[in-house]
Ligand binder design. Sequence first.
Ligand code: PPS
Length: 570
Amino acid sequence: MSQPNLAPIPELYVSFDSAQKMRAEAADLTSWDLSSRQICDLELLMNGAFNPLKGFMTEADYEHVVDKMRLSDGTLWPMPITLDVSEEFADRIKLGQDIALRDQEGVILATLTVTDRWTPDKAEEARKVFGADDSAHPAVNYLHNTAGPVYLGGPVTGIQQPVHYDFRGRRDTPNELRAYFRKLGWHKIVAFQTRNPLHRAHQELTFRAAKEVEANLLIHPVVGMTKPGDVDHFTRVRCYEAVLDKYPGSTTTMSLLNLAMRMAGPREALWHGLIRRNHGCTHFIVGRDHAGPGKNSRGEDFYGHYDAQDMFREHEEEIGIKMVDFKHMVYVQERAQYEPTDEIPDRDKVTILNISGTELRRRLVEGLEIPDWFSFPEVVTELRRTRPPRSKQGFTVFFTGYSGSGKSTIANALLVKLMEMGGRPVTLLDGDIVRKNLSSELGFSKEHRDLNIRRIGYVASEITKNGGIAICAPIAPYAATRRAVREEIESYGAFVEVHVATSLEECERRDRKGLYKLAREGKIKEFTGISDPYDEPQNPELKVETEGTDVDNCAHQVILKLEQMGLIAG
Ligand code: PPS
């Protein structure tokens, strides 16, 4: 295992000439527009990072992978790589048919020969692959609320790589990295996977790993999809570039991996190992809580801190890459250095310091000091540039509640109060206004309501990203859609969900627009609360009771909440 076989690995691309021809022919095929996650998966299938997979999984491979972490021929493969589509699309496809796979601009990247089509049991997939059917897990949430209901499987023929305009020089296929290692005569390469900015603890850990196994180091950060709410990859790559200077250039290199992570802990660690093996690495660092998704809906960790290491150790031979395991690194003040937490003999006599990810985010958000022992000044500057203190960031206030609950009235009062304070531009996206200007063709089916809310979410996320305040006031009856909007916005700033909790009886009694009467008479169909559902928010940032409280006071409660969250200066 220590002398890597750095010969090229199989890719799924056809030759340049065939690609030209196929591109022309594929223009007539039925085509599927790939989601962001599917584009990541397709890229890694085509360039051999997912070797030995030759396409999106067939039903038999999928079943085996879900049940046993193995393909149907017995090869170890822990993660389902499936092409999820809508029912309407699946119904149009005949088995044996070729379809074109296009990116979001319509460029044809590949064709898929559809050999399998099935409706998966998603709850079972969630339980077996991610350990629980709990939507607090980002991949389980994706599975139920983003992925389509039907899977298509079959071999892929690659026409071209997805185009990336950012950091082009830093992206390498497995074969490009293999060629690089061959050229430099690197025989032992230890890979470090990360989705976070590198701080001093990471640097120490990677240094130690390289020293321990006498290997060269590949810093291999994920720039595809990571955990919702993570620092965006542009910022992270700028941080990595700043830290790269601190490594000896002749022994360390960095390359970006367009992987869509699933945050599946132990299974994900095996998968990461296989991917690094395919990139020509001989060793792989697995630290504490590798690819951990955080807490479940009961507030407990999804996986044990060292489960990933245990599972990796069990399958190390088969993966074909050696694990370099690390315990959590902490700073020992007296010795002014980082040490693995289990290797501190005199831990009662020394001062151990540590800043968790959550604490770091808090300090960034509140503009507090980040000590030099924790990170590099260049990294902190970069992070502060992207994440100014909360009082200078954009944010979204998202009111939800029944028709006639008072959302619009409170939203209008809040708009005026925020404009009076000044400092940031404020935009009101009221339900009725949006339906006039953005969503005039939509009705009130679940599909149309979701589309309406996704549009509001999109506009609000753009406003938030650019430092403004968006106030939204739709009914937004579906919890899953509200969550999707929250995730979209939280990559840029705070999302403050305000439940205007006026009871249905009170809304109906007020019946300001006379709509409840019409809904009761059956003259308006699918009316929220009468003939259509409303999912009560479980954990809104604020719940406002309007019965017996005047509008000014309700808006003031929101202002107090914004102050408490550090979003407006007190
Ligand atoms: S949603 O579900 O979030 O897309 O709804 P929204 O865009 O907020 O639109 C709600 C307003 O449309 C009027 N209206 C209805 N509401 C609910 N159900 C049905 N079937 C319906 N038909 C029309 C109603 O006036 C809502 O306005 P508000 O301001 O909430 O009272």
